[in-house]
Design a protein around this ligand. Structure first.
Ligand code: UDP
Length: 415
């Protein structure tokens, strides 16, 4: 099987935790790796990000990234104008190299629109992963966050009508595709993402703390791109409440950089809030950290905090749990599929910092409870792996390809 993966918006080789680079990039990279192990070849088409990027780069023995010059430095909404040009470049590449694909596998609405244009000429089947949905994001916006425009929602609806397979991470998202976007239920499949369990595993806490240069005291951790929807402000407000009470040495490490979704820097805004609350010296903005270094941080922390306003899955929660770190998260559908309330952490409805302070406080004052939840968290994480994700995807792809071939043959017979 040979698959054309369309990832126009961001590249699987990009540095994570900044700009738009997060879960989607990890997903594409890990799935292509696992496909390669199973003898399935992938060409990942993405944008050239800098003049130094090569034209092609190997991702795995049977996977390569192909960088196409299109819309460098444009924001995601302006990128829609580049979709036809990007699609033409993908088509030209395949003609020039005489490649036939069995399937198009698109990620995010912009790439879905490209697949929509390419499908008639390039491959018989088309599978799409939305990663996030505009309508869902708009339903629960953080104060001051920019709503997703109607144009994105129109594109998402078009994809929902036309793709052969719509892959979602959770049952909730599958329901949204059917009820809010009008997708046919028999084309929607839930395939949870995974975690690299060889890398993300519990490490000795003292050793992990030595490694990250943090000796003593209770430690909260946030990991992810910095943008309003991630709710880091709530974590800072909860920290301020706890630091006032019984936890004078408490610190919060914030890993990740600005998502640059608008003009404002979320990092600067968060620093301002921490200063106003008198806890600026307790919040360390450490910038983005390489993925393979994260197990040290998750293993060193007492609690990983994820106060997201919306999350279609939340890989960070899964990674933290795989490292034995309890997670205090918002009870949005994506995080509900990762964190078990009162088992591997706590889920909180709403965005009240005092609820977060309460649950975090419970874990800090009761290390035995925290350890027990950490152990259960790492056990729960064992059910998720990228190999399992890849196997489920490939079995769906096989069926879709068989189905599309039957359709083509039937068409010929009737002629
Ligand atoms: N990440 C990273 N370094 C950072 C911040 C984030 O490697 O400094 C990774 C993180 O480990 C996770 C991904 O970026 O794998 C974020 O995925 P998630 O699903 O939590 O959020 P998204 O970016 O999809 O909103």
């Amino acid at each position: 099987m040979r698959i054309a993966v369309i990832s126009m918006h961001t590249s699987p080789t990009a540095s994570l935790g900044q700009n738009a680079n997060g879960g989607l990039n990890v997903y594409v990279r890990e799935v292509c790796n696992a496909f390669s192990d199973r003898g399935v070849a992938t060409d990942v088409f993405t944008r050239l990000q800098s003049p130094d990027d090569p034209a092609e780069e190997a991702l795995a023995p049977l996977s390569r990234v192909i960088y196409l010059p299109a819309g460098r430095d444009l924001d995601k909404y302006s990128l829609l104008n580049e979709v036809p040009a990007f699609a033409s470049k993908v088509a030209a590449f395949t003609t020039e190299h005489d490649i036939q694909y069995d399937l198009l596998f698109s990620h995010y609405w912009l790439s879905g629109e490209i697949a929509c244009l390419l499908r008639p000429q390039l491959a018989a089947g088309w599978a799409h992963v939305a990663h996030t949905l505009g309508l869902v994001k708009n339903r629960r916006l953080a104060a001051g966050a920019r709503p997703e425009p109607a144009m994105r929602i129109r594109v998402e609806a078009e994809i929902a009508q036309q793709a052969d397979l719509l892959i979602t991470s959770t049952l909730d998202e599958a329901g949204e595709l059917v009820s809010s976007y009008g997708a046919a239920a028999d084309r929607v499949f839930v395939v949870p993402p995974g975690v690299d369990l060889a890398t993300f595993r519990p490490l000795d806490r003292a050793e992990a703390r030595r490694k990250i240069g943090y000796a003593n005291g209770p430690l909260l951790l946030y990991v992810g791109r910095l943008e309003r929807l991630k709710g880091v402000e709530i974590a800072i407000r909860a920290l301020a409440m706890l630091a006032d009470r019984a936890h004078p040495g408490l610190r919060l490490f914030v890993l990740g950089e600005d998502s640059r979704d608008g003009d404002e820097s979320e990092k600067e805004r968060l620093k301002g809030i921490a200063s106003e609350l008198g806890v600026r010296d307790r919040v360390d903005f450490l910038g983005s950290v390489a993925h393979h270094e994260l197990p040290y941080f998750y293993s060193a922390a007492d609690v990983c905090v994820m106060p997201s306003y919306t999350e279609s899955f939340g890989l960070v929660g899964l990674e933290a749990q795989a490292c034995g770190c309890p997670v205090v998260a918002s009870g949005v559908p994506g995080l509900r599929s990762v964190v078990r309330d009162e088992v591997s952490g706590y889920l909180i409805d709403g965005d009240d910092p005092s609820s977060y302070a309460d649950r975090i406080g419970r874990l800090l004052t009761n290390p035995e409870l925290a350890q027990q939840m950490g152990r259960r968290a790492s056990m729960l994480a064992q059910r998720f792996s990228w190999t399992r994700t890849a196997d489920r995807l490939l079995s769906l792809f096989d069926d879709a390809i068989d189905g599309s071939q039957t359709r083509v043959q039937v068409g010929i017979t009737h002629e």
